[in-house]
Design a protein around this ligand. Structure first.
Ligand code: SIN
Ligand code: FE2
Length: 211
């Protein structure tokens, strides 16, 4: 007779951050994602966008997909062409779309087909202020947010900026999904701390259905 061995749980660790905000811990192996980002940035380089208020973002951004998120003195919006190069954004890698669909489904949102992968790059010291993702046409579609590289602290607030903050440690391979009643929730990312390797950075992919 064989002894009963405890079976490893094949499901990713899942944490309810708030109503309709789900953290899927260790959902994805990130090496292929890093390679895909390196390819994207060869044709659409990272840039620090201007904000409508006259500032400049500490997070550097680029996009893949039919549309890309952009910000300048005229406001926040999605654009078909990269304003930096005048060329269309690089195509969304099939592996990105597949990951976004699987993560959304794991959080209860079926048939998610993103048309934008916004790629964020945080070096130590970079942060993302409290905001909500509100420039997309159909707020019935979720947001899928993938963490790559250095750990960070994502903060979920809720319906208002004044809601009590819920800090969420996000590590390489973690995926956060918010949608439904949480879709327009406020969130941000705390100032990134340096890792042991001073050249290490954090990338984040947010998948959106913009149009
Ligand atoms: C975002 O809110 O768009 C980025 C989230 C993150 O970097 O984890
Ligand atoms: Fe966001």
């Amino acid at each position: 007779m064989q002894a009963d061995l405890p079976l490893a749980d094949p499901r990713p660790d899942r944490v309810a951050v708030a109503d309709q905000v789900v953290l899927l811990r260790g959902f994805v192996a990130t090496a292929p994602l890093r390679e895909a980002i390196a390819t994207i940035e060869r044709s659409a380089p990272f840039r620090h966008l201007a904000t409508p208020g006259g500032g400049r973002m500490s997070v550097a951004m680029t996009n893949a997909g039919a549309v890309g998120w952009h910000s300048d003195e005229n406001g926040y919006r999605y654009v078909d062409v990269d304003p930096l190069t005048g060329a269309p954004w690089p195509a969304m890698p099939a592996a990105f779309a597949d990951l976004a669909r699987r993560a959304a489904a794991a959080a209860g949102h079926r048939d998610f087909v993103p048309d934008c992968a916004l790629v964020n790059r945080y070096v130590p010291g970079a942060q993302m202020g409290t905001h909500r993702d509100f420039d997309e046409r159909d707020l019935g579609q979720p947001i899928v947010s993938v963490s790559i590289g250095l750990p960070a602290t994502f903060v979920w607030y809720g319906a208002t900026r004044g809601d009590p903050p819920r800090p969420v440690p996000v590590m390489d391979g973690d995926v956060l999904v918010w949608g439904g009643r949480a879709r327009a929730g406020y969130h941000g990312v705390r100032r990134l701390r340096a890792g042991a390797d001073p050249t290490a950075v954090r990338h984040n992919l947010t998948f959106r259905r913009a149009r």
